[in-house]
Ligand binder design. Structure first.
Ligand SMILES: Cc1cc2nc3c(=O)[nH]c(=O)nc-3n(C[C@H](O)[C@H](O)[C@H](O)COP(=O)(O)OP(=O)(O)OC[C@H]3O[C@@H](n4cnc5c(N)ncnc54)[C@H](O)[C@@H]3O)c2cc1C
Ligand code: SF4
Length: 487
């Protein structure tokens, strides 16, 4: 049965023997590295969900795949209906609840659903063979229950210039050599979520390419341990707290996310792993579809983490003895309202989904972009409200190490006491969890990624402008009040 447990997943990642540059050192044994291990655990949760003792959770994490005629982990599923699309979002919320962080596995799922349909449409127009290749590739991913990273974002150099006009043409990943049986690629992909604990990666172009830019119009897959692929760890706020013995200060002690710069130093890609190569007219569609699926994803994952932030904020209010103040109650209601609005958008764009020509289901593009535009704002507002309610200790708490100091420890226990019956150490734990999400390592995914992941707000506004049908709305007004002139 193609459904690994978290423990089985970790063993297969260990066996990859990936190497990464981390804080100035060349590191191996990444599954045990204190900066990477929390992120391995977060992905392991996506496997354990499919084996949960709770029947509802177990069913949520599983789906029947027509591709391999078996039950697969939903993180590898090609969506077959609006119900599937909704279950994806509900599963992501559940995962956010379980881990309180980015669990990384959605980028590959979103890339797969985009490449599956775009390769089909490209084959129809260009008589290429990408769709069958991709289908064969993805059947293996489902059968072996692998984690795939979605690699879209190029470094982009001078944002005002096209790839071919950059001083260094490698600032967008490109084909540098065509050989019999494949191509050689050079370039980098930045901000790659969960790359160091993924088995495979799928590369896609970053922008809509034009005729004359064929070398940059490339999509392919490869194992993460392919020779010539190199990783440079992207550090997160307060990440070295994970290296300390008293790691209660990390806030989220079990789970975390991780992003890396991935370099492709003249790497050979065999034909059977290439899903787009030179067809510039499909590059933009691939970007758009992947981005829309990932914009939908945020209506689940950010909401799941938002539940944790709301819970922690309500708990600290209780611990501080202010839970009955009317302004505190109002602010908690506001946080819930913001969180559920994002969830509603995630569900709405899924419920309004439709089949692609290839047969998998796509979300409603307009609503997915509305979802993500809200995500660029609401978690920031929720973080502001959490900071307001928690109080200044969020930024000034003594370290966990001082709790064990014979002089400092008793003072901390005496002066950080609050409401009756509250253990000081528990209060500190809650502060640290909130700090993690609003200003610590967790804020990379909860805030910065909410702004930039799947594209910055301007990208969503462009799509909303394009999909919003202003002309259609003008027409409706004319019909309503009887204006007959065309302009
Ligand atoms: C935590 C995190 C995780 C991520 N995970 C992944 C991942 O797994 N895979 C992946 O492929 N990517 C990932 N991303 C990348 C993400 O998609 C990009 O950060 C995003 O698309 C913005 O690109 P950028 O960071 O280069 O910013 P920029 O493109 O430099 O944007 C900065 C600002 O400049 C503006 N701007 C940029 N270009 C122009 C222009 N030509 N004209 C006018 N304005 C412009 C933008 O609108 C924005 O306001 C992740 C990002 C983060 C922060
Ligand atoms: S940011 Fe959210 S959607 Fe993207 S990989 Fe992380 S958990 Fe999944």
């Amino acid at each position: 049965m193609p459904l690994k447990t978290g423990t089985e997943y970790i063993a297969t990642i260990k066996a990859l023997n990936l190497e990464s540059h981390i804080l100035g050192k060349n590191e191996t044994g990444l599954t045990d590295h204190p900066l990477i291990q929390p992120s391995v655990s977060a992905v392991a949760a996506t496997f354990d969900g499919a084996h949960s003792a709770d029947e509802q959770t177990r069913q949520l994490f599983r789906a029947r795949s027509p591709l391999c005629d078996a039950e697969v982990n939903r993180f590898t599923h090609l969506h077959q209906s609006p119900r599937d699309l909704m279950n994806k979002v509900i599963m992501q919320r559940r995962c956010g609840n379980l881990t309180g962080c980015c669990f990384q596995r959605c980028v590959g799922m979103d890339a797969a659903n985009a490449v599956f349909s775009v390769s089909f449409e490209c084959d129809r127009r260009h008589k290429t063979q990408y769709h069958e290749r991709f289908t064969n590739y993805w059947r293996r991913i489902q059968t072996e229950d692998l984690v795939v990273d979605g690699a879209m974002t190029d470094p982009k150099g001078d944002r005002g210039k096209r790839p071919k006009d950059q001083k260094d043409p490698d600032l967008y990943l490109r084909v540098v050599k065509r050989k019999s049986g494949g191509v050689v690629v050079r370039g980098a992909k930045l901000h790659q979520t969960g790359m160091l604990n993924s088995h495979e990666l799928i590369v896609m172009p970053t922008i809509n390419l034009r005729p004359g830019e064929e070398d940059w119009s490339i999509s392919f897959a490869m194992p993460t341990n392919t020779p010539g692929v190199k990783f440079i760890y992207g550090r997160q706020t307060s990440d070295t707290r994970k290296l300390e013995a008293f790691n209660m200060d990390v806030g989220n002690m079990k789970f975390g996310g991780q992003e890396v710069m991935t370099v492709f130093d003249d790497v050979f890609v065999p034909d059977d792993r290439i899903f787009l190569c030179g067809e510039t007219d499909f590059s933009g569609l691939m970007v758009e579809r992947f981005a829309a699926y990932h914009r939908q994803s945020y209506g689940g994952c950010k909401v799941g983490v938002g539940d944790i932030l709301i819970g922690a904020t309500a708990l600290i209010a209780k611990m501080n003895g202010v839970e009955n103040a009317s302004h505190i109650k109002e602010k908690l209601v506001e946080m819930i309202h913001l969180n559920e609005t994002m969830f509603s958008c995630g569900i709405a764009c899924s419920a309004m989904g439709h089949p692609t020509a290839a047969g998998n289901f796509e979300i409603d593009m307009l609503l997915a972009n509305v979802c993500k535009l809200n995500v660029t704002r609401f978690p920031y507002e929720m973080a502001r409200l959490a900071t307001d309610i928690a109080g200044g200790l969020l930024g000034t708490l003594p370290s966990a190490a001082d709790l064990n100091d014979e002089v400092a420890g008793p003072y901390i226990r005496k002066y950080l006491a609050a409401a009756d019956g509250v253990e000081v150490i528990d209060r500190i734990r809650v502060f640290r969890l909130i700090e993690n999400l609003v200003a610590g390592a967790g804020s990379v995914a909860y805030l910065i990624e909410s702004m930039h992941g799947a594209g910055p707000p301007a990208a969503q506004r462009i799509m909303i402008g394009r999909q919003g049908d202003i002309e259609g709305k003008i027409q409706k007004v004319k019909e309503l009040i009887g204006i007959k002139k065309p302009n």
